[in-house]
Design a protein around this ligand. Structure first.
Ligand code: CAA
Length: 266
């Protein structure tokens, strides 16, 4: 996709801003409910971005009014458990959490249910002062199904995670910041600019080192990862492997020559 080109789709707007891809949820009439077409388009876009070395960071944003009010309830309401199990819809959230390049959620207004889960699947979160976070699924007869109970339990601990999923309690932007659910809170008119600015800052870093850093942190948090020593061993191995990259030579040479490095992603 050429620089700054915008591809308009029905439910997701895909834009490239230099080395940053911006995915904007675009279903205002349904408060950006995460429908099948929307999440399928997101899955396709992520597949393309993974293969495209020109894209180094992905930002997922909603509008000022709403990030996303959850999975699309009207799509799910008549389904049986067998139909839900056979449906790959929720695996689209896993595509976000497993995406190898850094991701940033730009959140304003409601981030509810699957919307909060989408934000939690990203690596970093910028929230506007109006952001509201909750897992209200219990009030419609279900529980979070795209990682909410698990990610909130790890992030917030047992008591608060249970309070959220048992009562649907809402968390404000400033409370989310104090709990470590979001990285930063900014005035509403700045939330997208701030996320994109941050994405550009990260995209200027050597991408192989960024991917290694992300892989190491995610392995440390993965309960299936064999052990703490194994996670430390992986980190050491990733550190060593970067010494075969041109960017490591460039980065260290630029430091000693007191100049700005030019990273190539090699
Ligand atoms: N799915 C489908 N449509 C939705 C929706 C959703 N999750 N959330 C809102 N909408 C639709 C409404 O049906 C309404 O459509 P109509 O105008 O055609 O009636 C439109 O968006 C505007 O919504 P409201 O009139 O309800 O707006 P409001 O300002 O009064 O309330 C709200 C806003 C508090 C976010 C409210 O819409 C709401 O509670 N939404 C549902 C939140 C929810 O339960 N999310 C969890 C979904 S299940 C899930 O996500 C499972 C999972 O883990 C993957």
């Amino acid at each position: 996709m050429p620089d700054s080109m915008t591809q308009l789709t029905q439910e997701l707007i895909v834009e490239q801003k230099g080395s940053v891809a911006l995915l904007t949820l675009n279903r205002p009439e349904a408060l950006n409910a995460l429908s099948h077409p929307l999440m399928d388009q997101m899955g396709e876009a992520l597949k393309n971005f993974e293969a495209n070395s020109a894209i180094r960071v992905v930002v997922i944003a909603g509008s000022e009014r709403v990030f996303a009010a959850g999975a699309d309830i009207s799509e799910m309401q008549g389904k049986t458990s067998a139909e839900m199990r056979a449906d790959p819809h929720l695996s689209r959230w896993d595509m976000v959490s497993n995406f190898p390049k850094p991701t940033i959620a730009a959140i304003s207004g409601y981030a509810l249910g699957g919307g909060l889960e989408l934000a939690l699947a990203c690596d970093l979160r910028v929230a506007s002062e109006t952001a509201v976070f909750a897992q209200p699924e219990i009030s419609i007869g279900v529980i979070p199904g795209a990682g909410g109970t698990v990610r909130l339990a790890r992030l917030l601990g047992r008591a608060l995670a249970l309070e959220m999923v048992l009562t649907g309690r809402r968390i404000s932007a400033h409370e989310a910041l104090s709990l470590g659910m979001v990285n930063r809170v900014v005035p509403v008119e700045l939330f997208l600019d701030e996320a994109i600015k941050w994405a550009h800052q990260i995209s200027a870093m050597p991408p192989l080192a960024a991917a290694a850093a992300k892989k190491s942190v995610l392995s440390a948090l993965n309960p299936d990862y064999p052990s703490y020593p194994a996670a430390l061993k992986l980190e050491r191995e990733l550190f060593y492997s970067l010494f075969d990259t041109e960017d490591q030579k460039e980065g260290m040479q630029a430091f000693t020559q007191k100049r700005k490095p030019e990273f190539k992603g090699k």
